[in-house]
Design a protein around this ligand. Structure first.
Ligand code: FAD
Length: 472
């Protein structure tokens, strides 16, 4: 017998228009199709209503309606969530993209960011003050989802993750209350939102520490052809031991986009950013890598920080189909390097890539129990990010991502980054949360969830179910 699905309460949802200042998009409205689109083109959901909040006061009525009408509620910042958690079939989407003001206090070196801002807004606002906040590397990503999961980027080794630089946040909790959270106000909530995702409430603003940087920084890429990957990766591994914190690097394997004019074979790119005004020292550090593994091609120039932050935007446009997996490692031994070269060597198409992030530095000095983000002992973090255009390629591309992750699993540590996780890999919420956080952190996250969202209103995310015991 076919399942009986309750139709969404259309009239009640139309009633939201009288309660909020922002627009409400429903299937009947022009703009609905555009409003429901998210970055991952595989995610094609039809929410009953999309409410674009234009003031913080718009959030309360949306929470109230979702509870009263018993509808699933998805919270959206930049819409870049790979698993598609910024939208939901048949429920309400609270879209915060119009709340995007960024205020810089150059004296205090702090930056207050409204939750709908994308990374580009922050870099644009801090650049005139020669300051930067540690955030991610693709400028259209939302600050909210990025920060709530962790926030990897070109300043991770110099200053830590985005969460490590969060001073306070304002959050509307499941009961509609607006609270400020910091190390001293609602400290458990503050611990939970630094890695635990959107499980505990709707964040309306984040306040970050900022650091002197730029306006130009030394950044660039060394490029290696396939026959040299193994040797170059071994040299890279040796070079990363004992590097100054100022140098953050990411190794990327991908077929370059046609307009880079680098051919159509997969290449290995070592990208780096030097977060110090001492350019001569940065050059000397890079010269050591050059001597150990001379690149076939290199691009190395002082570059404006916002330009470097947007350098890879074009290869990851909105609407591509995507499936990602990640893993953390305490080493890169020769057998792992062989496995990475073998798996990455199977890439024959443009779109889809894998990154090895070098961690340690400021990231590694944050005590494990200081934030919900998992695994501070990781020395390297692998992100396998499948993306492609043609639905006919879905099975093949997803199989490549899974095959790569499977080959690396025997070498991996406990601890996965929720922001680099795709959807639909057959694991339930508890299994995913356990793989991400481990038992101890998951138990603590569950306690925070029980206090701030016991009914699991905020469940369209990498969910921490309030009734779950990690050990259970
Ligand atoms: P959304 O889809 O809008 O939101 C994601 C989830 O965050 C929501 O489901 C919700 O659970 C939660 N959320 C969003 N806003 C709020 C809020 N105000 N209050 C409470 N919960 C909220 N990650 C990195 O660390 N570094 C990178 O360099 C990086 N680059 C990326 C590049 C691309 C092209 C993409 C697609 C992703 C990248 N990511 C990166 C991963 C990124 O951090 C996650 O996809 C993140 O979820 C995106 O956040 P968003 O606000 O854009 O997403």
């Amino acid at each position: 017998m076919a399942a009986i699905v309750n139709p969404p309460p259309i009239e009640a949802l139309r009633g939201l228009r009288t309660k909020v200042a922002g627009p409400v998009f429903m299937a009947e409205d022009a703009g609905y199709d555009e409003a429901r689109r998210v970055w991952n083109g595989m995610i094609d959901r039809r929410p009953a209503a999309i409410v674009r909040a234009v003031t913080v006061a718009d959030i309360g009525p949306v929470i109230e309606a979702a509870r009263r009408l018993r509808l699933p509620l998805a919270i959206r910042g930049g819409g870049h969530n790979v698993a598609g958690n910024g939208t939901v079939d048949g429920g309400i989407v609270l879209d915060l993209s119009a709340l995007s003001r960024v205020e810089v206090d150059p004296k205090a070196r702090t930056v207050r960011v409204e939750a709908g801002a994308t990374l580009a807004y922050i870099d644009r606002a801090t650049e005139p003050h020669a300051l930067a906040v540690p955030i991610g590397v693709v400028s259209g990503t939302g600050i909210a989802g990025l920060t709530l999961g962790g926030g990897f980027g070109w300043l991770t080794r110099a200053y830590g993750l985005s969460v490590d630089n969060l001073i306070q946040a304002e959050v509307v909790t499941a009961n509609g209350e607006l609270v400020r959270t910091s190390a001293t106000e609602h400290p458990e909530l503050f611990w939970g939102i630094r890695g635990g995702g959107g499980n505990f409430g709707v964040v309306t603003s984040f306040t970050f520490r900022a650091y002197p940087l730029g306006p130009r920084i030394l950044a660039g890429t060394f490029i290696y052809p396939k026959p040299r990957w193994t040797a170059a990766l071994r040299a890279y591994r040796d070079w990363t031991a004992g590097l100054p914190d100022a140098l953050t690097s990411i190794v990327t394997f991908m077929v370059p986009p046609p307009d880079w004019e680098l051919g159509n074979e997969a290449l290995m790119f070592i990208g780096f950013a030097w977060a110090s005004p001492d350019v001569a020292e940065g050059q000397a550090v890079l010269e050591r890598l050059r001597q150990a593994a001379r690149p076939d091609v290199e691009v190395l120039d002082p570059v404006r920080w916002p330009d470097w932050q947007a350098a890879f935007d074009a290869i990851l446009p909105k609407g591509v189909r995507a499936y990602w997996k990640n893993a953390s490692f305490d080493r890169l031994d020769d057998s792992m390097i062989d496995a990475i070269a073998d798996q990455a060597g199977r890439l024959t198409w443009f779109g889809t890539a894998a990154d090895v992030h070098h961690m340690e530095g400021a990231f590694g000095r944050v005590p494990e129990d200081a934030t919900a983000f998992p695994n501070r002992t990781a020395r390297y973090w692998l992100n396998i990010y499948g993306y492609w255009g043609d639905p006919a390629d879905d099975a093949d591309r997803i199989a490549w991502v899974r095959g790569f992750a499977g080959a690396m699993a025997p070498h991996a540590m406990a601890g996965q980054y929720i922001n680099f996780m795709g959807a639909g890999d057959g694991r339930d919420d508890r299994q995913k949360a356990l793989a991400a956080y481990g038992r101890e952190k998951l138990d603590r996250l569950v306690r925070v969830k029980q206090r701030y969202d016991p009914e699991n209103l905020f469940r369209i995310n990498h969910n921490i179910p309030p009734g779950v015991k990690a050990g259970g």
